[in-house]
Ligand binder design. Structure first.
Ligand code: 5AD
Ligand code: SF4
Length: 561
C-alpha cells in the first residue's frame, strides 16, 4: 500500500476522468444506498452548499441519515474564516474517529460488517480548500477533501475512498454556480429558504481568506434564480434570502446585454466590475414584483454595491425587506485603508445617511473586526464613535484572526496583543448592545407586519416571527381578527402575516407585541389593517424588561457568525 502523500498526489493528478482505481468500474460511483450524515459549519453559503451536496449525492444513490451513528459517510462542510472555526473542526474530527466503535455498533444493528476505520470522513468547503492535502496527511483523520467548487466530483471521490484510497478535488472554477442543481432543503421549516445567486469574491480585503477559498465572483443566470424562487413560492415558502459572498455585486450577462455598473462616490472596487444586463437591483425588483406576498432579504453584501436604484427598490416594494447588512469592519479610515476595503469612514457614513434618507424605517446591521494590524486606541475609538452615530440593530463582531495567504499575513504585522483585541471587542459589543437596546425601546408603540415562523422555544402559548426589519417578535398565541376577509377571529398559523403593535423591548433584538390581525403584505402596506382591525384593539404597553431574556440578540455575541 503506498504512503499517504504519494496517494494524495495520485488522487490530485487524477482529479477528473481517471479518479477511480483501475479495478473499480464506474458503476462504483453509485452510492448503493449508503447513508450520509452531513454537519454544516460557517455561514449561510455553507448551509446552501450542503443542500446542493445533498442533491448531488441523492442523485448518486446515497441516502441522507439523521444521526452520525447510522452513517457510512460523514461529511463536515467547513469554515476557515478564523482560527477558532478550524479549531472546532479538528476537535470534531478527532471525536468522530474516537467514536468509531459507536458507529460499528450501528452497522452491526443493521447486520453489516463495520469498515475498520469507521465511516468514510470527508471535509467539504472552505477549510478543505485552504488546507487541501494537509488534511489527508495529518493524524489520518480524513479520507476525502472536496473544495466548494468541486461538489459534482463528490460521488467519485467517495467511491475512491470506499476502495480504501484517499481522494481530493479542490479545483476552483470560474463559472460553477450549481445553477442546474435543485437543492434538497432537509429540515427546512417550509417558510424561509436560502437561494444562492452568486459565488466567490473579487474584493481581496486584506484580512480575508474567502477569495482564496471561494475563488472568483460569478453569477447564476437570472432565469434559473427566477424559476427556483417560483418553485419555492408554489411550495408555500414565504421568505427567500438571496445569498452570495458579495451578493449585491450580482452581475448576470447571460442574456447578452451589458452595461457599466453604477458606483457610488467614495467607493473603489478592487477589480473593475464586469458589464452585465441584470444587476442586483434589477434581480431583486424582478423577484419582488413577481411574488408580492413573498419577502426577500439578501446577505452578505459589500457597501460599495448599494447604488440608489437598489435603495429605490427597497423603498418602493414592501416585500423587499428594509433590513440591510452593510458591513463597516472599522470606523477608522486608516484601518479601512489597510484592510483594503475601498472606502473611508466618511464615505461609509455618507452611504448610511443616504440609506436612511431614502428608507427611513430601515434596520441596519454590520460586521466589525477588533484589533486588526496597526489598529491603535484612536482607531478603536473611531469604531466606537461610528457605532454610536449609526446605532446598528444587529452586529457580528470578531477579534482579528490572522489567516495565512492573505495580504495582511504577507505584508502586515498582527501587532495588537490578544488581551487588547479582546478588551476592544468587549467595548465594541457593549457599544452595540447599548445602541440596539435603545433602538428596540424606541419600537414600543409601533406597528409591524410579522411573518410567523413557529412557536416560541420558551412557551407553546406564544408565537415567534420576524418583522420586515428582521427583528424577532414574540406574540401571544390567540385568535386574531382576519383582516383579509374582514371576518371572525381566526387561529394564526406558521407562515401567516400578522399585524402587531410592539408592547415591550425584551432584549437588543427581541420585541414583545400584541397581535392585531391576520393580514397580507399588500393590505398592511395599503393601511387596510390600521383602518379596520387596529382600532378594535386597545394597546397595552408593558414596562421595559430588557435583560429578562438572554443578554443581547443571538447575533450580539462575538463570533456567532
Ligand atoms: N479575522 C476576524 N474576523 C474576520 N472576518 C473575516 N475575516 C476575518 C478575520 N481574519 C469577519 C468580517 C467579515 C465576517 C464574515 O467575518 O467581519 O465580514
Ligand atoms: Fe466561512 Fe467565509 Fe467560507 Fe463562509 S465563505 S464558510 S464564512 S470562510
Amino acid at each position: 500500500m503506498p504512503g499517504v502523500s504519494s496517494r494524495i498526489k495520485a488522487a490530485d493528478a487524477n482529479a477528473e476522468e481517471d479518479l477511480l482505481p483501475p479495478y473499480l468500474s464506474s458503476l462504483a460511483v453509485d452510492g448503493g444506498g449508503r447513508g450520509v450524515y452531513v454537519e454544516t459549519y460557517g455561514c449561510q453559503m455553507n448551509v446552501a452548499d450542503t443542500e446542493v451536496v445533498r442533491a448531488l449525492l441523492k442523485g448518486a444513490n446515497y441516502a441522507h441519515v439523521p444521526t452520525i451513528d447510522e452513517a457510512d459517510v460523514v461529511l463536515l462542510n467547513t469554515c476557515a474564516i478564523r482560527e477558532g472555526a478550524e479549531g472546532k473542526i479538528w476537535d470534531r474530527l478527532r471525536q468522530i474517529r474516537a467514536d468509531k466503535k459507536k458507529a460499528a455498533a450501528g452497522w452491526r444493528t443493521r447486520g453489516e460488517p463495520a469498515p475498520p476505520r469507521g465511516p468514510v470522513v470527508g471535509i467539504l468547503g472552505c477549510m478543505g480548500e485552504r488546507l487541501k492535502g494537509k488534511l489527508l496527511e495529518e493524524e489520518a483523520l480524513v479520507d476525502v477533501v472536496c473544495g466548494p467548487d468541486a461538489y459534482r466530483a463528490l460521488p467519485r471521490l467517495l467511491a475512491r475512498a470506499h476502495a480504501g484510497q484517499p481522494a481530493l478535488d479542490v479545483a476552483l472554477s470560474l463559472d460553477e454556480t450549481y445553477a442546474d442543481v435543485a437543492p434538497v432543503r432537509e429540515g427546512s421549516d417550509g417558510i424561509s429558504a436560502f437561494v444562492s445567486i452568486m459565488r466567490g469574491c473579487n474584493n481581496m480585503c486584506s484580512y480575508c481568506i474567502v477569495p482564496h477559498t471561494r475563488g472568483r465572483e460569478r453569477s447564476r443566470p437570472a432565469a434559473s434564480i427566477a424559476s427556483e424562487v417560483a418553485q419555492l413560492a408554489a411550495d408555500g415558502y414565504r421568505e427567500v434570502t438571496l445569498l452570495g459572498q458579495n451578493v449585491n455585486s450580482y452581475a448576470d450577462s447571460s442574456d447578452g446585454t451589458a452595461d457599466a455598473p453604477p458606483m457610488r462616490e467614495g467607493f473603489r472596487p478592487m477589480v473593475p466590475p464586469p458589464k452585465a444586463g441584470v444587476r442586483f437591483a434589477g434581480l431583486l425588483e424582478q423577484l419582488a414584483l413577481a411574488h408580492p406576498e413573498m419577502r426577500f432579504r439578501f446577505t452578505s453584501p459589500h457597501p460599495k454595491d448599494f447604488p440608489d436604484d437598489l435603495l429605490y427598490v427597497i423603498r418602493d416594494l414592501p416585500n423587499a425587506c428594509a433590513s440591510l447588512h452593510i458591513p463597516a469592519q472599522s470606523g477608522s479610515s486608516k484601518v479601512l485603508a489597510s484592510m483594503r476595503r475601498g472606502y473611508s469612514r466618511d464615505a461609509y457614513l455618507t452611504l448610511i445617511d443616504r440609506v436612511r434618507e431614502l428608507v427611513p424605517h430601515v434596520a441596519l446591521s454590520s460586521d466589525f473586526i477588533s484589533g486588526f494590524c496597526g489598529e491603535d486606541e484612536e482607531d478603536h475609538n473611531l469604531t466606537l464613535s461610528l457605532m454610536e452615530m449609526v446605532r446598528f440593530d444587529r452586529a457580528f463582531m470578531f477579534a482579528y484572526s490572522m489567516r495565512e495567504k492573505t495580504h495582511a499575513h504577507r505584508r502586515l504585522e498582527d501587532d495588537v496583543p490578544h488581551d487588547v483585541k479582546h478588551r476592544r471587542l468587549s467595548e465594541i459589543i457593549e457599544t452595540f448592545n447599548a445602541g440596539a437596546r435603545a433602538a428596540n425601546e424606541a419600537e414600543v408603540g409601533r406597528d409591524h407586519l410579522v411573518l410567523i415562523e413557529g412557536l416560541s422555544k420558551k412557551s407553546d402559548q406564544e408565537w415567534v416571527g420576524r418583522t420586515d426589519t428582521n427583528k424577532k417578535v414574540v406574540l401571544a398565541r390567540e385568535p386574531v381578527l382576519d383582516a383579509t376577509t374582514g371576518g371572525a377571529p381566526v387561529d394564526v398559523a406558521v407562515g401567516d402575516y400578522v399585524a402587531v403593535r410592539v408592547t415591550q423591548a425584551l432584549s437588543a433584538n427581541t420585541l414583545r407585541a400584541q397581535p392585531l390581525a391576520r393580514t397580507s403584505i399588500a393590505q398592511f402596506e395599503a393601511g387596510g389593517v390600521s383602518a379596520n382591525a387596529l382600532r378594535a384593539q386597545p394597546l397595552v404597553v408593558a414596562p421595559s424588561s430588557i435583560g429578562q431574556y438572554a443578554a443581547g440578540g443571538s447575533h450580539a455575541a462575538a463570533g456567532s457568525y
